[in-house]
Write a protein that binds this ligand. Structure first.
Ligand code: NDP
Length: 462
C-alpha cells in the first residue's frame, strides 16, 4: 500500500461515500474523497432533507384549520415561497459544511473535483488537473432523475432537483409517476396551495406497497383535493403563448399547468468516469454490478449506494459503506443485509412500512393472518378532520412471526422505524400481544389487535 498516494479514494461525497471515507480515515487510513458538486449528495442537497423540510412547510394550512376545533382562532395566513427556499438553503449549507468537516476532522482529504479513473490504481482529478495513485477505490456517485426522452416536449419539464428551487411557486402543476417522489411532491405542492394533478401509468399509486395503504392514501389525497389520474401517461407537453404548459394525456385529456414534474425513477451516475475503459462491469441500466460484498469485477474497485441500484435509500448506502470498511480494511468480510428494510413515504398522511405486504406474503406463505384496524386518530376528534388511520399486521400462521407491518397516518414513519426492530428480530404476534400498550397513543393499536380480521389460506380469504 505504501507505494500509493492513498489507501482509499472515494468518488462521490453523498451519504455512502462520506461515511466510508470518514470511518476509514478515522482508522488511520490515508483517505481522499472527490465530489464535483456539493458534499452531502442527493439526500442532503436535493433529496430527503429538503424534502422533509418542505413537507413540514406544506402541513401548516391543515394545522391552522385543525386549530379551530381546539379553540384557536388563527388569522388568515399567508405563505412566502422565497422565504422557505432561502431558509432551506441556509440549513442545507450548514449540513453540507458538516459533511465535509466530518471527513476532514477524521483525517481524510476532500477535493471539489470530478474524478475519472485512468487505470485501476490511478485517478485523474479534473478540477486539479493531476493524477493520484490509489490502492482501493470506492465509487459512490449516486444517481439522478431518469430523463424521459420519449415524451414530446420533455425539455419543458422539471425534475425533483429543480422543484426545490423554483423561482416562483406554480399555480398549477402536473406530476408524472406514482412512486415515492411523485406522491411526496404531490402532497407538498398541494399543501402549499398549488393546484396539483398526479398522473400515473399503473392501476394504483405506490406499486411497491401494501394495497390497503395504496388505496387509502389515494382516497385521502383525492379528498384533500389532489387530482389523481391512474392508467394514464402524458403524451406531449407544449408551451402556450401565455407561457404556461399544455399536457395531452393518453386518454386525450388536456391539462394546462405552469410546471410539469417528471418523477419516473432514478438512474445511476456512471458516465464519463472511465469505468468502461478499465473494464468495470455495468448492468443494463448503467448501474455498477457488484458482488455480495460491494466489490466490482475489478479487484480493488468497489461500489455502494444508488450507483449500484440495489435499494435506493440513504440508510442502505450508509450500511453498505460500513460493511465495505469492515470487508476492505478490517479483515472482516461483511455482506450488506438488504432484508426487511423499514421505509416511509412522507405523503400526507404518511406511510410507514416494514416487511411483506399482504400480496407478497400470500405468494410466500400458505396461511397468513391479517390484523387490521382503521380508526380516526385522536387528534382528529376535536379538529373534525375526516381522516382515518390504518394499521395492519401480516402474520405467518405457522410460525406466528409478524412478517409485515403497514401504517398510514400521522407519524407512521416514526412507527416504522421502531417496528423494524421486532420484525427484523423475528418476533411473533404473541410477543406483540404481551407488550403493554402506551395509552393514549395511536401506536397502541399495534399491540391490542388480538383477533385476526381475516386469514388467507392458499390464496383464499377465509
Ligand atoms: P420510484 O421507483 O419510487 O417510482 C417511479 C415511478 O415512475 C413508478 O410509479 C413507475 O411506475 C413510474 N414510471 C417509471 N417509468 C415510467 C415511464 N416511462 N412513464 C411513466 N411512468 C413511469 O422512483 P422515484 O423517482 O419516485 O424515486 C426514486 C427512488 O428514490 C425510490 O425508489 C426510493 O428508493 C428513493 N426515494 C425514497 C424516499 C423515501 O425514503 N421517503 C423519498 C424519495 C425517493 P410503475 O409503478 O408502474 O413502475
Amino acid at each position: 500500500m505504501a507505494g500509493y498516494d492513498y489507501d482509499l479514494f472515494v468518488i462521490g461525497g453523498g451519504s455512502g461515500g462520506v461515511r466510508a471515507a470518514r470511518v476509514a480515515a478515522a482508522m488511520g487510513k490515508r483517505v481522499a474523497i472527490a465530489e464535483e458538486y456539493r458534499f452531502g449528495g442527493t439526500c442532503v442537497i436535493r433529496g430527503c432533507v429538503p424534502k422533509k423540510l418542505y413537507v413540514y412547510a406544506s402541513q401548516f394550512p391543515e394545522h391552522f384549520a385543525d386549530a379551530a376545533g381546539y379553540g384557536w382562532t388563527v388569522p388568515e395566513a399567508s405563505f412566502d415561497w422565497p422565504t422557505l427556499v432561502a431558509n432551506k438553503d441556509k440549513e442545507i449549507a450548514r449540513l453540507e459544511a458538516i459533511y465535509k468537516r466530518n471527513v476532514e476532522g477524521s483525517g481524510g482529504e476532500t477535493f471539489h473535483s470530478r474524478a475519472r479513473l485512468v487505470d485501476p490504481h490511478s485517478i485523474y482529478l479534473v478540477g486539479e488537473d493531476r493524477t493520484v495513485s490509489v490502492d482501493q477505490i470506492l465509487i459512490a456517485t449516486g444517481g439522478r432523475p431518469a430523463p424521459h426522452p420519449a415524451l414530446a416536449g420533455h425539455e419543458h419539464c422539471i425534475f425533483s432537483n429543480e422543484a426545490f428551487d423554483l423561482k416562483e411557486l406554480p399555480k398549477a402543476i402536473m406530476i408524472e409517476g406514482g412512486g415515492y417522489i411523485a406522491v411526496e411532491f404531490a402532497n407538498i405542492f398541494h399543501g402549499l396551495g398549488v393546484d396539483t394533478t398526479l398522473v400515473y401509468r399503473g392501476k394504483e399509486i405506490l406499486s411497491r406497497f401494501d394495497m390497503d395503504l395504496r388505496r387509502s392514501l389515494h382516497e385521502t389525497m383525492e379528498k384533500k383535493g389532489i387530482r389523481i389520474l391512474c392508467h394514464s401517461v402524458s403524451e406531449w407537453v407544449r408551451k402556450t403563448p401565455e407561457g404556461r404548459l399544455n399536457v395531452v394525456l393518453s386518454g386525450g385529456q388536456t391539462l394546462t399547468v405552469d410546471q410539469v414534474m417528471l418523477a419516473i425513477g432514478r438512474i445511476p451516475n456512471t458516465e464519463n468516469m472511465g469505468l468502461e475503459g478499465i473494464g468495470v462491469e455495468l448492468g443494463k441500466t448503467g448501474a455498477i454490478v457488484v458482488d455480495d460484498y460491494s466489490r466490482t469485477n475489478v479487484d480493488n474497485i468497489w461500489a455502494i449506494g444508488d450507483v449500484t441500484n440495489r435499494v435506493q435509500l440513504t440508510p442502505v448506502a450508509i450500511h453498505e459503506a460500513m460493511c465495505f470498511v469492515e470487508t476492505a480494511f478490517k479483515g472482516n468480510p461483511t455482506k450488506p443485509d438488504h432484508d426487511t428494510i423499514p421505509t416511509a413515504v412522507f405523503s400526507q398522511p404518511e406511510i410507514g412500512t416494514v416487511g411483506l405486504s399482504e400480496d407478497e406474503a400470500v405468494k410466500r406463505f400458505a396461511d397468513i393472518e391479517i390484523y387490521r384496524a382503521s380508526f380516526r386518530p385522536m387528534r382528529h376528534t376535536l379538529s373534525g378532520r375526516d381522516e382515518k388511520m390504518l394499521m395492519k399486521l401480516v402474520v405467518d400462521s405457522a410460525s406466528r412471526k409478524v412478517i409485515g407491518a403497514h401504517i398510514l397516518g400521522p407519524d407512521a414513519g416514526e412507527m416504522a422505524q421502531l417496528l423494524g426492530i421486532p420484525i427484523k428480530a423475528g418476533l411473533t404476534k404473541d410477543d406483540f400481544d404481551r407488550t403493554m400498550a402506551v395509552h393514549p397513543t395511536a401506536a397502541e393499536e399495534l399491540v391490542t389487535m388480538y383477533k385476526p380480521t381475516y386469514r388467507v389460506k392458499n390464496g383464499e380469504r377465509v
